[in-house]
Ligand binder design. Structure first.
Ligand code: PGA
Length: 231
């Protein structure tokens, strides 16, 4: 395969990524295209439910997603961690508890949550159910962007992949809370249907993601809210 890849001039691949993975997938493509400038891509960005549909209907070569489903005949390889964290407005009272906030302290908070069909949303629901906590107040928002904007504006807390938060954390627009049992550790997988005949370009991209994505991408530091005078 390698000789073939070296000489690869043209080729096309279709890739579908989770909306949360859209925060790093373009960077991977940019490095990949430096090596294979004549490859073309069509990139679809959708939530988990959309990705499952694309796989079921054989609409795409490769998918980058959270935990693959067990009831489909797929090849799925893990290439990177995906920590989900709780975020708050920077002036929220819980930001003053600097570490190990009890999980139960979240019960009375309003949470901005992703739409049904989102993998982030289902991981959140599983986590709360496992720990016997029911949220009393939620507001559904369709995208990670809407959740970040809502949290920053003070509408409530949010639960998002750390991958989506690079800019907001650098600019200190939201704070990551250090809550017991968090982060929820999800993982990223590159996935295709078993038996799918991948184009040379798609094979090369899969190989590249498995070998290099982890080193090319660094997760933002969760940081700690800092309060003047707080011990
Ligand atoms: P989502 O997928 O964008 O649908 O939330 C991410 C994931 O499955 O973790």
């Amino acid at each position: 395969v390698f000789e073939e890849l070296k000489g690869m001039r043209r080729g096309h691949m279709s890739i579908a990524v989770a909306s949360t993975a859209n925060y790093f997938a373009p960077r991977l493509l940019a490095t990949f295209f430096q090596r294979y400038p004549d490859v073309t891509v069509s990139l679809d960005v959708t939530n988990r439910e959309g990705l499952l549909r694309a796989l079921a209907e054989n609409e795409t070569d490769l998918v980058i997603m959270g935990k693959p489903p067990e009831d489909m005949d797929l090849v799925a390889e893990n290439f990177m961690d995906n920590p989900l964290v709780v975020i708050a407005p920077t002036n929220h009272p819980l930001t003053r508890k600097r570490s190990r906030i009890p999980f139960a302290a979240l019960a009375n908070e309003t949470f901005l949550i992703r739409e049904r069909g989102s993998g982030t949303r289902s991981a959140m629901e599983r986590h709360f159910a496992q720990h016997g906590l029911e949220l009393s107040s939620t507001m559904e928002m369709g995208t990670s962007e809407a959740i970040k904007q809502g949290v920053e504006a003070g509408l409530g807390l949010g639960l998002l992949s750390l991958h989506t938060l690079e800019m907001e954390l650098a600019l200190k627009r939201v704070a990551v809370l250090d809550v017991e049992t968090f982060p929820i550790m999800r993982h990223w997988y590159v996935v295709h249907r078993r038996g799918k005949r991948l184009s040379t370009a798609a094979q090369a991209f899969k190989h590249f993601v498995l070998k290099e994505a982890q080193n090319l991408l660094s997760l933002p530091e969760p940081g700690r809210p800092r309060h003047k005078g707080a011990g």
